[in-house]
Design a protein around this ligand. Structure first.
Ligand code: PEP
Length: 251
């Protein structure tokens, strides 16, 4: 039985005061000991110290939104997996569509980041998803297959035993246009089937999140679908009561 996961992606939002208050509100709202789901927040790098000190011992895990594929060296502005380890990160998002589109991250680069994260004991949240043009031209499954295969060919299918996949249709991210539960389920099922062709057990145990304008009022109908194991939440993760309500929908 897969456990649901709700992970917040704060992106480049907040400041010290706001983020401290947000963490405090999340701790207070998500302290029920009978929680069935897991929760996490992926915060901007400068707030990892704060996040670690506030969330240690709470029901909420934490992580980062990106990481270098390189171990160390002359990579100005980059952050390594061992640096994330220093701050107790459990998760790191790799291949978010904003990284792919705005910063030119290729399938190969995303696969390298995924592998680097796993080598350091971090759980990569691997984002895959199609643009509107790709959906309209009927290439959604082909695009997602290529995104998955790049990772599987570098890291092996067994690596997915220690990873999370997030299906995030690009047209639904930050647009308020959520995929319908059935649209999302169809692609989640496709992802699981694609992986099952190589390892049925890993596919059946794999956590696949949906991301793209998940809100308090649509989370439950998405999370009830058989192949949707929770959500990667952008905008709504910045408002404590909304994120808590989405977490409760996963319970
Ligand atoms: C995201 O950035 O991963 C995301 C899903 O954003 P939003 O929830 O705002 O669409």
């Amino acid at each position: 039985m897969r456990k649901k996961l709700v992970a917040g992606n704060w992106k480049m939002h907040g400041n010290l005061k706001e983020n401290e208050a947000l963490l405090g509100a999340l701790i207070a709202g998500l302290s029920e000991p009978e929680n069935k789901a897991s929760y996490a927040v992926c915060v901007p790098y400068p707030y990892l110290t704060l996040t670690q000190s506030k969330l240690r011992g709470s029901a909420i895990k934490w992580g980062a939104q990106n990481v270098s594929q390189y171990e160390k060296g002359a990579y100005t502005g980059e952050v390594s997996v061992s640096m994330l380890n220093d701050f107790g990160c459990e998760f790191v998002i790799v291949g978010h569509s904003e990284r792919r589109m705005l910063y030119g991250e290729s399938n190969k680069m995303v696969a390298e980041k995924y592998l680097a994260a796993q080598h350091a004991g971090l759980i990569p949240i691997l984002c895959v998803g199609e643009t509107l043009e790709q959906r309209d031209s009927g290439t959604t499954k082909q695009i997602i297959d290529e995104q998955l295969k790049a990772v599987i060919s570098l890291a092996g299918v067994d690596s997915l035993a220690d990873a999370v996949i997030a299906y995030e249709p690009v047209w639904a991210i930050g647009t308020g246009k959520t995929a319908t539960p059935q649209q999302a389920q169809d692609i989640h099922h496709f992802i699981r089937l694609t992986i099952a062709q190589q390892n049925a057990e890993i596919a059946s145990d794999l956590t696949i999140l949906y991301g793209g304008s998940v809100k308090a009022n649509n989370a439950a109908e998405l999370f009830v679908m058989p192949d949707i194991d929770g959500g990667l939440i952008g905008g709504a993760s910045l408002v404590a009561e909304d994120f808590i309500a989405i977490c409760q929908a996963a319970n």
